[in-house]
Design a protein around this ligand. Structure first.
Ligand SMILES: *[C@@H]1O[C@H](CO)[C@@H](O)[C@H](O)[C@H]1NC(C)=O
Ligand SMILES: *[C@@H]1O[C@H](CO)[C@@H](O)[C@H](O)[C@H]1NC(C)=O
Ligand SMILES: *[C@@H]1O[C@H](CO)[C@@H](O)[C@H](O)[C@H]1NC(C)=O
Ligand SMILES: *[C@@H]1O[C@H](CO)[C@@H](O)[C@H](O)[C@H]1NC(C)=O
Ligand SMILES: *[C@@H]1O[C@H](CO)[C@@H](O)[C@H](O)[C@H]1NC(C)=O
Ligand SMILES: *[C@@H]1O[C@H](CO)[C@@H](O)[C@H](O)[C@H]1NC(C)=O
Ligand SMILES: *[C@@H]1O[C@H](CO)[C@@H](O)[C@H](O)[C@H]1NC(C)=O
Length: 537
């Protein structure tokens, strides 16, 4: 029960609640420093002439400076997307991204600034380090590809908001999945990065975490404390709230984190909405994203471009199976408990969802044979099923191939792969997973599984508000529910006030209560998600 004590003591000293008193932020040093870094980079940044090619995805991803052939998906993906998406990034986001790209070029791997800042890790001497030097945010993958993409996008927004350079540790099992997102530079953390071998060492990671530093008293909150360490870990994954790393979500922590040159992020979560809660980021985040529901959409489209190898698998499958259908329905079946794998319970529930929501037509029981009545209706629907198992595909496709549908529509089912088990550290597996996520995102309608980040990414990428299958075993009366927005769910939002100080009672705080654009997720009670608020009734 010692855990978290230091945090509380520290927070009690500050006694500022993270959801209140944004005005006090101005008093906290470090915020001014942020502005100055921004100015410096602003001067470095020379706008490129706006050519026709820059207009990819409404200018989100500037094409200039990229070799077209090195990343075909960047240009071609637009052709595969349904035309409905009206979401446009704000001009402010675009300019911030261009400034970020300039910062990344200035500070990226093997630049003079990078070499100098890496040396701080060994020397620990930060006396010459100032707020205008390059600062970094290193992302390390945790868990499956869905978790990785939601955490990566969240980490990138943190980098944008704190003027840090994002470097990613792709390791063995993600190499070759994505294109480089930042023109003129690389986001790949160099192999010889000094701390690399220590990322997975829990004891080390926790000893050098924000929470430990606070408990140790190594990190001083006082403004002119020169004692920032050269690096700290941010351990933001499930269960962190037992630990002092929870302090990440407190405004006060952010001002001293801004003095640490290297932050290393380990998270399997979507924590993007937290930046709309932390007072020192809230205003900037809202300015970047006036449309709240589109936060993940814009950032994931900016960051995640499948590599040519992955893109070829995506387009080949799409062109062969999905392109000619009148409508494409994506169905993601994720089982967190294997017991439902062979039982008919979940199949019944899935079918009930598809029929109740008119995603699939009923089967015509009267006709005995398929050939007895030629299709009266030439409409075809393609159902793309992604699952680790083949059962659901086998069941549905057999059912629909034996009898005609009541509407006469022709339904075809496809399942690109069934891996049986989720594998970690396997690049082929990750590649298949990415192909499937992407294919799902190209569907017109989407049914996803509750609490699965895999489905969240498909929904967010595709900007398609999905139906979420309720937990297996929930029954067929209410088998699925339409999601509130296309943005992923933040499963574990901060639920304690930062000044829960001195009182170990940790009273539950509902962050959604006072924020109009945060709503509780349909599939996770305490989770919250960003939604668009339309004031008019
Ligand atoms: C929490 O409060 C109870 C009652 O005051 C006390 O017995 C307990 O030791 C406290 N726990 C912690 C972790 O401070
Ligand atoms: C940075 O260091 C690498 C080797 O560690 C070296 O190859 C590179 O030239 C250095 N960059 C600059 C700008 O000196
Ligand atoms: C906290 O203290 C322990 C033990 O003295 C030390 O090993 C560790 O490096 C310190 N952590 C930080 C972040 O300063
Ligand atoms: C599919 O599943 C349903 C319900 O679980 C079951 O009644 C049916 O027999 C299965 N059909 C096939 C072809 O497996
Ligand atoms: C056909 O039979 C299935 C199962 O027996 C039933 O769920 C479905 O509603 C029937 N379809 C029609 C069109 O009556
Ligand atoms: C075919 O079925 C679809 C969906 O039920 C319907 O919208 C469409 O009008 C039908 N077309 C014809 C020619 O009957
Ligand atoms: C903890 O909080 C609850 C509700 O706010 C209150 O009823 C209870 O007395 C508190 N317990 C302690 C030990 O402070």
């Amino acid at each position: 029960m010692e855990k978290g004590q230091g945090c509380r003591r520290f927070l009690s000293a500050m006694a500022i609640c993270f959801i209140a008193l944004p005005i006090l932020v101005i008093l906290i040093p470090g915020i001014h420093q942020k502005a100055s870094t921004f100015d410096v980079i602003g001067r470095l940044y020379k706008p490129h002439p706006v050519g026709e090619r820059v207009q990819n995805l409404h200018g989100l991803s500037s094409d200039l400076g990229f070799d077209e052939k090195s990343c075909l998906s960047r240009l071609q993906s637009r052709r595969y997307r349904k035309s409905g998406t009206q979401r446009k990034p704000s001009a402010y986001l675009l300019s911030k991204l261009r400034i970020y790209e300039a910062l990344h070029r200035h500070c990226g791997p093997y630049t003079e600034s990078y070499n100098r800042t890496v040396q701080l890790i060994g020397s620990g001497d930060l006396s010459t380090f100032s707020s205008t030097n390059c600062k970094y945010l290193v992302w390390h993958p945790v868990h499956g590809i869905g978790n990785r993409i939601v955490s990566l996008a969240s980490t990138f927004l943190y980098a944008l908001l704190t003027d840090r350079v994002l470097l990613v540790d792709l390791g063995e099992d993600m190499t070759g999945l994505f294109c480089e997102p930042f023109r003129g530079s690389s986001w790949v953390m160099p192999r010889e990065f000094p701390l690399k071998s220590l990322f997975r060492r829990n004891a080390f990671r926790f000893a050098h975490s924000v929470g430990s530093a606070l408990k140790n008293g190594t990190l001083k909150v006082t403004e002119d404390s020169p004692e920032a360490p050269p690096f700290l870990f941010l351990n933001l994954y499930k269960g962190i709230y037992a630990d002092a790393d929870y302090c990440f979500y407190c405004d006060e922590s952010q001002s001293f984190l801004s003095r640490v040159p290297w932050l290393i992020m380990l998270s399997d979560q979507y924590f993007m909405p937290s930046f709309f809660l932390i007072p020192s980021f809230k205003q900037e985040a809202s300015k970047l994203f006036p449309e709240k529901e589109a936060v993940f959409f814009h950032l994931v489209h900016y960051l995640v471009h499948p590599s040519n190898r992955v893109w070829e698998l995506i387009t080949r499958f799409y062109d062969a199976n999905l392109a000619s259908a009148n409508e494409r329905i994506g169905l993601q079946v994720r089982l967190f408990k294997a017991q439902f794998r062979t039982s008919t319970v979940f199949t019944d529930q899935i079918l009930a969802c598809l029929l109740n929501q008119n995603l699939l037509p009923k089967i015509d029981n009267r006709s005995q044979e398929l050939s007895s009545s030629a299709p009266r209706n030439q409409t075809t629907k393609a159902v793309l099923i992604t699952s680790l198992y083949p059962q659901f595909y086998q069941n549905l496709s057999t059912m629909y191939s034996n009898k005609p549908t009541a509407s006469g529509e022709v339904i075809r089912f496809y399942q690109p792969s069934h891996e049986e088990k989720q594998k970690f550290g396997d690049s082929e597996h990750n590649m298949k997973a990415l192909v499937e996520i992407y294919l799902l995102s190209l569907c017109d309608k989407l049914v996803i599984s509750s609490k699965s980040t895999f489905g969240y990414v498909a929904q967010g990428l595709g900007d398609t508000r999905a139906w979420i299958l309720r937990r297996p075993g929930h029954g067929t009366n209410d088998p699925c529910v339409r999601d509130l927005s296309t943005d992923p769910c933040f499963h574990y939002p901060p639920y304690r006030t930062c000044n829960a100080a001195g009182n170990n009672n940790s009273s539950y705080v509902d962050v959604a209560e006072h924020v109009s654009y945060l709503k509780h997720c349909e599939d996770q009670n305490r989770g919250v998600k960003l939604v668009d608020v339309h004031e008019e009734l």
